[in-house]
Design a protein around this ligand. Structure first.
Ligand code: CTP
Length: 448
């Protein structure tokens, strides 16, 4: 019996797929179809696949062309599959010409002509509403956002708002975007959503104005730095039926999400301590990060990252919190924070003027998780046990600057009207803002 194998995502199954499957089947007597998992697609940069794995499997099954369906989960699996199923022919569309020649060592490789004029990408674009996003602020984050948004379908960056004329016109010349420096209402009336990357102390006002204009909001960290204002914004967003999301990129990164899920299954037992650090040593003291009037400092710049991990794992109901900080130019250039829960502890170090190792260690009753620096851009972690033979390493990819994951989630939430806040809840953001507020009010603070 001649066995043929082929692979694909098969999103929104179309006649191009069916043609390919038919011709692949004709090459032999038995056809195996490998369908990619959702996470493997994410890793490969396919961020906008519409059908989930179960739907895609069902669609291929219904064609009646596959004798066997398998799931493709990792790079290099094709070699394993070919050996395991004793495959004679590997077939794939001609868009992959040459790409799989390395499989010739294991079986015959056939590139079948691709059906012209149809693709899943085309169907996704056709059926999909495009979300027009306006950026508020035109600094470093705005530039990164623009670059990263190119990797997410269904998004058009429409315009930019900045009341400072000079900065705005430089940004518009560089990017070709339409700019607004006054009349916010016109700016909002032309867009579906906005990304707020303006100076920290302007976030609340911009977000409120956007929501009141029926605009979805993705707001950079620090969110508002005031828990009451944050709560007010969320209540308003629910009333106005718009999505309000915090642009804390780690929360949406696939490896970090998986890490949290694993811990929840009890792989390291009960968690009793979370320790995380984030430091970004800067030497240009004229930067806004060192300016007290612009709400600079290590806590405002970096504390949301460790707080995300701590709250995701231990919850927001802590009992005590203490800060130990080193100040310069009236901002904290280093802070160590210790948090006590009823049955656990957590601590983090953040620094702009002091360098620490940016790793994270989560300790439990059965073992611990080690995430090396920079843990907030997680692409690798290890589960470690007393018996080192039981240790397990997990590898992922973290694409580009990582903003594409939060942008994707923002757009998908808008398209589906989904306010479930799977990755970061209102409670967590309010708790982060409450901690930042108490720090800025110098509560429980010891200067060192
Ligand atoms: N295929 C084809 N003709 C098309 C589209 C796809 O022959 N018009 C083939 C691909 O070459 C591949 C298989 O169908 O062998 C599955 O491809 P997949 O990537 O799932 O489909 P696309 O439509 O190419 O998806 P996308 O637009 O997301 O890349």
């Amino acid at each position: 019996m001649k066995k043929v194998i082929t692979y694909g995502t098969y999103d929104l199954l179309h006649y191009g797929h069916i043609n390919l499957l038919k011709r692949a089947k004709e090459l032999g007597d038995y056809l195996i179809v490998g369908i990619t998992t959702d996470s493997f697609d994410l890793e490969r940069g396919k961020l906008n696949v519409r059908n989930n794995l179960m739907e895609r499997i069902e669609a291929v099954r219904q064609t009646g062309l596959a004798d066997q369906i398998i799931i493709e989960e990792y790079q290099g699996q094709k070699i394993d599959d070919i050996k395991k199923y004793e495959v004679d022919i590997f077939a794939i569309g001609s868009d992959w010409e040459g790409h799989f020649d390395y499989l010739k060592e294991y079986c015959k490789v056939v590139y079948l002509p691709r059906t012209e004029g149809i693709s899943s990408t085309m169907l996704r674009n056709e059926n999909q509403r495009t979300i027009k996003i306006g950026i508020i602020g035109s600094g470093r984050m705005a530039k990164r956002f623009l670059e990263e948004a190119k990797h997410v379908n269904a998004v058009v960056i429409d315009s930019v708002f900045n009341p400072i004329h000079e900065d705005l016109s430089i940004f518009c010349t560089e990017t070709g975007l339409r700019g607004y420096s006054d009349n916010m209402n016109i700016f909002f009336s032309n867009i579906d959503a906005c990304y707020i990357a303006s100076p920290h102390n302007t976030h609340y006002d911009y977000a409120k104005c956007a929501i009141n204009n029926g605009c979805h909001v993705l707001c950079e960290i620090p969110f508002t730095m005031n828990n009451e204002q944050t709560e007010e914004l969320f209540e308003l967003s629910i009333k106005r039926k718009v999505i309000l999301m915090c642009a804390l990129k780690t929360a949406y990164c696939p490896a970090f999400s998986h890490l949290i899920n694993l811990i929840k299954t009890g792989v390291i037992g009960d968690v009793v301590d979370v320790e995380a650090s984030v430091s970004t040593l800067l030497d240009d003291f004229s930067l806004r990060e060192f300016s007290a009037s612009q709400c600079g400092g290590s806590m405002t710049e970096n504390s949301y990252f460790p707080l995300l991990a701590i709250f995701r794992i231990l919850g927001v109901a802590y009992e005590q919190i203490h800060f130990f900080s080193k100040f310069n130019w009236n901002v904290d250039i280093y802070t160590k924070c210790i948090i006590a829960y009823k049955k656990a502890t957590a601590s983090f170090k953040v620094g702009l003027g002091i360098k620490t190792e940016g790793n994270m260690i989560i300790s439990g009753t059965k073992g611990y998780v080690y995430v090396p620096s920079p843990w907030w851009k997680t692409d690798f972690f290890e589960l470690c046990y007393e018996d080192r033979n039981c240790n397990k390493k997990y590898f992922y990819s973290y694409e580009g600057d990582g903003l594409r994951y939060e942008i994707r989630e923002f757009v998908v939430s808008i398209l589906n009207g989904d306010i479930s806040q799977r990755y970061l809840t209102m409670k967590e953001i309010v708790a982060m803002d409450s901690i930042l507020r108490s720090f800025l009010e110098k509560q429980n603070l010891v200067k060192i």
